[in-house]
Ligand binder design. Structure first.
Ligand code: FCB
Length: 452
């Protein structure tokens, strides 16, 4: 890239988090437990037995965190609402004290000129609904829409941007194929119905949003280009299966109104005959797509791998983050251009992008994280390249504002541009936070010039 990137003046520059990963106090003020509560409290499920009980204590420190974002120059904040704070049983009685937390948060964001970008479901299903079958129960889709409608009513005058679901692929893959996330069922035969009900929940929530007059409703999908490790037919076919399963499953349904035919052969007799009417609900227009991008996968044929018979390979000589995700910035440009090509022109947001690295120790009030700075610089340049290629990219959200509870990995993986000292809850902006502030101030500019 020879030019100095100059992002549009109205570009959203944000950071992303999610409720269970940062809030702490999961049962405070009348909240009901989500599925993550008993899961993380069961030995063996999370690294070191970590739980979200305290996390970043954002539930009590949100005002300080909002001021911090403002001081870095961010103009948007992507967060999620905990369904079971607001509806302790997932349905029925609304818990006003839980809702009040999000009202305070939203009001504080607006007072600091930060655009709230609210996600309704970031993996924390109310436990009471799991006890009724969770995403295998069609009723959950309707209860989600009821909850969404109440949130549109309560916060729709202040929150412009709404996301129904975060990464339905992970919800299904991690719980129904690998038993790594709750409800940890680990049976791929259940995946199609769980996926379908999640998508139906999305569609019904969009309908509820329209009924309430909401005009910026979207969904967040995680995408990962799948490359075969060799040009053998077996590896190429494995990469193709992984691609259809991960990248096209949800987007084809949402944007084209049908599931990829290849899924039928993949799932064979476990693939149901879905009602046509559901696909019409699922594929009704949304206002934007949120894309989460971290890495690409290089895959090989692996008969042991469930469903896709494809496994991700780690290879010497490539760069990886602390989670063994490959640093592959051009994959972001590729992904955004692929979405535009396959699914048509529409506003896109990069709703998550970032990296876990084992950070060097804090020195006084500084923490130098050059690997994360390089990762962000390269990916922001890759985002700009997509803009130059005509992608209608409207914003970028770094994952994450704070180091936080990285699901089954607990607190062992740090993604924040702000360091959290979990013993004291002190926040220390890393060099990457300063770097991001420079990028925002210059709308790209010098901070994104080639680092050589
Ligand atoms: C995404 C999740 C987010 C976080 C990042 C690292 O899949 O949406 O909560 O865990 O990965």
């Amino acid at each position: 890239m020879t030019t100095t990137p100059e992002f549009p003046a109205n570009f959203l520059w944000g950071a992303a988090t999610s409720a269970y990963q940062i809030e702490g106090s999961p049962l405070a003020d009348g909240a009901g437990p989500s599925i993550w509560h008993p899961f993380s409290h069961t030995p063996g499920h999370t690294r070191d037995g970590d739980t979200g009980d305290v996390a970043c204590d954002h539930y009590r420190r949100y005002a300080q965190d909002v001021r911090l974002m403002r001081s870095l120059g961010l103009n948007a904040y992507r967060f999620s609402l905990s369904w079971s704070r607001v509806f302790p049983n997932g349905r029925g009685r609304l818990n006003a004290a839980g809702l009040a937390f999000y009202e305070r948060l939203v009001d504080t964001l607006l007072a600091h000129d930060l655009q709230p970008f609210a996600t309704l479901y970031h993996w924390d299903l109310p436990l009471a609904l799991q006890e009724r079958g969770g995403w295998l129960n069609r009723g959950t889709a309707g209860w989600f829409a009821d909850y969404a409608q109440q949130m549109f009513k309560a916060l729709g005058d202040r929150v412009l941007y709404w996301t129904t679901l975060n990464e339905p692929w992970v919800v299904v893959d991690a719980a129904y194929l690998h038993a790594a996330h709750p409800p940890a069922l680990g049976d791929w035969r259940q995946a199609p119905w769980a996926a379908h009900h999640l998508l139906l929940a999305h569609g019904l929530a969009v309908q509820a949003g329209r009924a309430e007059g909401r005009q910026q409703i979207g969904i967040v999908i995680n995408l990962e280009p799948q490359y075969p490790v060799s040009d053998s037919t077996a590896d190429q076919e494995a990469a193709w299966r992984a691609h259809v399963y991960m990248n096209r499953f949800y987007l084809d349904a949402l944007r084209l109104g049908r599931y990829p035919r290849a899924l039928q052969s993949l799932f064979a007799d476990a693939w149901p005959d879905f009602p046509e009417e559901d696909l019409r609900i699922i594929s009704q227009p949304v206002d934007y797509l949120g894309i989460n991008y971290y890495a690409r996968s290089r895959v090989r044929h692996d008969p042991q791998a469930p469903l896709t018979q494809a496994s991700r390979v780690i290879e010497p000589g490539r760069r990886y983050t602390d989670l063994d995700w490959e640093v592959y910035p051009q994959g972001l440009t590729e992904t955004l251009c692929w979405v535009k090509r396959r699914y048509g022109e529409m506003p896109l947001y990069i709703t998550e992008n970032g990296a876990a690295f084992a950070d060097p120790p804090v020195q006084g009030d500084r923490l130098d994280d050059p690997l994360r700075v390089a990762y962000l610089r390269e990916h922001l340049r890759a985002a700009y390249a997509a803009l130059e290629q005509g992608v209608d990219l409207r914003g970028y959200f770094v994952w994450s504002l704070l180091d936080n509870f990285e699901w089954a990995q607990g607190y062992s993986k740090r993604f924040g541009i702000v360091h959290v000292d979990y013993a004291t809850q002190r926040r220390i902006p890393k060099a990457s936070a300063q770097f991001y502030a420079d990028v925002i101030r210059g709308r790209g500019g010098e901070a994104l010039r080639d680092s050589g």
